[in-house]
Design a protein around this ligand. Structure first.
Ligand code: AGP
Length: 612
């Protein structure tokens, strides 16, 4: 997620902007920049750097400016690779307007072509540049009016701040879905994506609400509703958090914050991927990739860890909806197995970081064998994203907790949409079914919210089990990978042993583990194998195992067989791994906390395994 800082006041602006950006580094970013207006020169000074704030500082090279107004930005790339030219702030063609932005302008393409038809030259590949260009195009000497007029045309989630060379005494900001706060100082005001950027200067903040436009001057701020232009009065609130707490949005750690971000992340993915006419769109998927999706004889999902579990779910999805033979394999096995692959085969590599060594090696192996490679990646411009023949981004935002949560459910949603898209391409899904799937997919963010509600009881389960040292996770069908993923979450943050198993395998060995000390987490949402799963649970109960069931709300059978039931809303099986992931993430988290583990940075683990 991008970071925004703005300042208007009586102090030197540049140090305040740089300091604020440094406090936003935790959000993850790939480039940074600042813009300020030098009162003497009446010009916008712009400094941008690919990489870190340290790189931006070396470009500034100690540059001092009497500027008392400016904006700064750390970019988490969504459109256009990380580069200096794509870094924010972006200027209008005449250099009169500068903008920093967090979010996505969904309709940037049509706005960009409209402006290009008027002869306006664009420099970057970003959607953000459209904001600066359109404001400048409308600007007739009143920045606030120009911003309002332009903002009425933007679609999508966005928060941005604009400044004008010709009116160097105020900033104008708009808040829509993505956060924006105003810091209230004495003779100075701040704008930021989150309070951590401005806490050293003020604890008095105003949280803007959607569709609010604010004029920020040194001595006053004015908030109005974008459309009605009605004045909005808001009382500042006093922040009691430390910087560290502020960076976590008030959560005790990044992992819990990211677990609770999942409804918003999934909502954003659906907004971006599903058009108004209920079609699925992958903006980065070219003709060639679609051709391969349509004609491939087989698909191989290759990835590691959590991403491998997503690949296993992807295998079920593509077989069910695209009627395409699919396999999932861990990258470290794939790369040394001399895979039987060739022209016409499709390899889908799934990776949050886009830098995992085994997955990168597998990509290169697959290309060498002549297969077409499609990467499903979270980090824009990462190595795997650049080297694959095609890429689809999961847009989960920066995931800081080492244990993957929102990136995983973002992968699952992206793979589901890709499977439906492929099924439609291959004529395997009727128009009616396709529309039904889209409507059901759009329900998922709310269902995840409901699941987070249902999961409030998980802390009772955690208190019951947190001293156990061995756990068994069982699932069938789409939720067999969920059992593996749930056991991985528990292993990596609690350091207890947890084993994920296909429930049908119980009688082939694992049932010997069952006694009255053995916790067994059973995934039993409504599905075509529900009855089979119920018998597995009966077998466990017959041996006095401790059954924790993740079941569909309203299930009347499971209560008598379980020590505890955690519910998920009723949902089509293909989406159930997204829902079952939630209580499993929270269970692992709660047990880790009860064992005083460092949930964000578990021992021995790295966020991106860039070595073999
Ligand atoms: C997941 O919680 C782990 N941190 C780890 O298994 C991770 O999924 C794996 O290393 C793959 O990483 P990638 O998605 O960045 O390729």
């Amino acid at each position: 997620m991008c970071g925004i800082v703005g300042y208007v006041g009586t102090r030197e602006t540049i140090p305040i902007l740089l300091d604020g950006l440094e406090r936003l580094e935790y959000r993850g970013y790939d480039s940074a920049g600042i813009a300020c207006i030098d009162p003497a020169e009446k010009n916008i000074r712009l400094f941008k750097a690919k990489g870190k704030i340290a790189d931006l500082k070396s470009i500034l090279n100690g540059f001092k400016s009497p500027a008392r107004i400016g904006i700064g930005h750390t970019r988490w790339a969504t459109h256009g690779v990380p580069s200096t030219i794509n870094a924010h702030p972006h200027l209008g063609a005449k250099g009169r307007i500068a903008v920093v932005h967090n979010g996505i302008v969904e309709n940037y393409r049509e706005l960009k072509s409209e402006l290009e038809r008027k002869g306006i030259q664009f420099k970057s590949e970003t959607d953000t540049e459209v904001i600066a260009q359109l404001i400048e195009y409308y600007d007739r000497g009143n920045l606030s009016k120009a911003v309002r007029r332009a903002a009425m045309r933007f679609e999508g989630y966005l928060a941005f701040v604009a400044l004008s060379r010709d009116e160097p005494n105020y900033l104008v900001a708009l808040k829509r879905s993505n956060p924006l706060v105003i810091g209230i100082g004495k003779g100075e005001h701040f704008v930021a994506s989150d309070v951590s950027a401005i806490l050293p200067y003020t604890k008095q903040v105003i949280y803007l609400d959607d569709e609010e436009l604010v004029e920020v001057r040194a001595k006053e701020i004015q908030i109005t509703n974008l459309k009605s232009q009605k004045k909005v009065t808001k009382k500042p609130c006093t922040i009691k958090w430390s910087i560290d707490q502020a960076q976590k949005g008030g959560y005790p750690d990044f992992m819990l914050k990211e677990i609770y971000e999942q409804p918003h992340v999934l909502q954003e993915i659906l907004r971006k991927r599903i058009s108004k006419s209920h079609q699925i769109e992958f903006d980065t998927l070219g003709q060639e990739a679609s051709r391969h999706l349509k004609s491939a004889k087989k698909i191989c999902f290759v990835s590691c860890g959590t991403a491998y579990h997503a690949g296993m779910v992807g295998q079920y999805m593509f077989e069910e909806f695209a009627h395409l033979s699919a396999t999932a394999i861990v990258a470290s096995e794939f790369r040394y197995s001399d895979p039987i692959l060739g022209k016409g085969d499709l390899v889908i590599l799934i990776t949050q970081s886009g830098e995992t060594a085994d997955t990168l090696a597998a990509l290169r192996e697959a290309k060498e064998k002549g297969a077409f490679t499609l990467a499903v990646v979270n980090v824009v411009g990462s190595t795997i994203a650049r080297e694959a023949d095609a890429v689809v981004y999961t847009h989960a935002g920066s995931e800081i907790g080492v244990a993957s949560t929102k990136a995983y459910t973002a992968q699952l949603m992206t793979l589901a949409l890709l499977a439906f898209y492929t099924g439609k391409l291959r004529g395997k899904i009727s128009r009616a079914d396709f529309r039904r799937l889209i409507l059901e997919a759009k329900e998922i963010p709310n269902q995840v919210k409901k699941t987070l509600e249902y999961a409030k009881g998980v802390n009772q389960v955690a208190k019951l089990l947190y001293q156990k040292r061995n756990f068994l996770y069982l699932g069938r069908g789409y939720n067999f990978p969920s059992a593996l993923e749930g056991s991985l979450k528990l292993k990596e943050i609690t350091y207890a042993h947890a084993h994920g198993y296909a429930a049908g395998e119980m009688k082939h060995g694992p049932i010997a583990l069952i006694d009255d000390t053995q916790p067994v987490i059973c995934l039993i949402p409504e599905s075509k194998t529900y009855v089979k799963m119920l018998s597995n649970i009966e077998e466990i109960r017959a041996r006095e195992g401790i059954v924790i069931a993740i079941a569909t709300y309203g299930d009347r059978n499971i209560g008598r067989l379980s020590s505890h039931v955690v519910h998920i809303p009723s949902q089509r099986e293909v989406f159930s791994p997204i829902l079952t992931a939630i209580p499993l993430q929270i269970l692992a988290y709660q047990i880790a906390v009860l064992n005083s583990r460092d949930v964000d940075k578990p021992r021995n683990l790295a966020k991106s395994v860039t070595v073999e």
